[in-house]
Write a protein that binds this ligand. Structure first.
Ligand code: PLP
Length: 217
């Protein structure tokens, strides 16, 4: 689907919900996509991209960043502690903080590097074993611990269970964010980004609807 169609659909939803137009940032999720497709979206002027893996991002984004200015890169996938430094150097925003060990590592490195990406805490709203994220009932205390470490926590992120109505999960995430005075809400993917916008998403993460299906071959 053309990028402009996605943007129009986001704006239409913002208008319908009486949210300020342009208050949702569109992250184009380029993981696994061939470089030509990513290049084409860059050439249309889009600059906000998301990747799942540090290694994959490190292999393709330095070259794109040389060619295109003002690229803003978001890490969406789980972050291994031993890749924290590389992630902090490569990404502007990290969406997947989910444990204290990683929080402490980020805090120690931000002192060393004098810089820290903005951070979302991932919440496992569906309490699924296979998904990362803190449990909803542990979110309040984890958020406080991260703030106490001095981390720039800007919001919460979730990936709802595939077989449940995502709006319920988006609403839960919004509620936890609000009670912790966090503004950012990273939620909504290709199949449900409009419902996420309706629930107040500040960042939607859209991959296949922009680039086409991923070929994991
Ligand atoms: C892959 C991925 C997306 C994008 O998924 P699509 O369904 O292709 O839009 C969004 N968020 C995360 C965390 C992902 O891993």
């Amino acid at each position: 689907m053309p990028l402009q169609d996605i943007k129009d659909r986001i704006e239409a939803e913002e208008a319908r919900m009486s949210r300020p137009l342009g208050s949702t940032r569109l992250i184009a999720v380029s993981k696994v996509q061939p470089n030509e497709r990513v290049q084409a979206v860059l050439e249309q002027g889009h600059r906000i991209f998301g990747e799942n893996k540090v290694q994959e991002a490190a292999s393709k984004w330095p070259a794109f960043k040389e060619q295109f200015e003002n690229v803003e890169l978001h890490l969406l996938g789980p972050l291994q502690t031993n890749k924290t430094k590389q992630a902090m150097e490569l990404f502007d925003v990290i969406h997947s903080l989910d444990r204290l060990k990683l929080a402490k590592k980020l805090a120690a490195l931000s002192a060393e590097l004098s810089h820290c990406p903005d951070i979302f805490i991932q919440v496992n709203t569906g309490k699924e074993d296979q998904k990362a994220g803190v449990m909803p009932e542990e979110a309040d205390s984890f958020i406080s611990e991260c703030k106490a470490l001095g981390l720039p926590i800007i919001g919460l992120m979730c990936i709802p269970p595939a077989d449940e109505e995502p709006s319920l999960h988006f609403a839960l995430l919004a509620k936890i964010a609000k009670s912790n005075e966090l503004q950012g809400l990273s939620m909504g993917m290709s199949s449900d980004f409009e419902r996420a916008v309706a629930q107040g998403a500040t960042h939607v993460r859209v991959g296949s609807a922009i680039f086409g299906e991923r070929d994991y071959g």
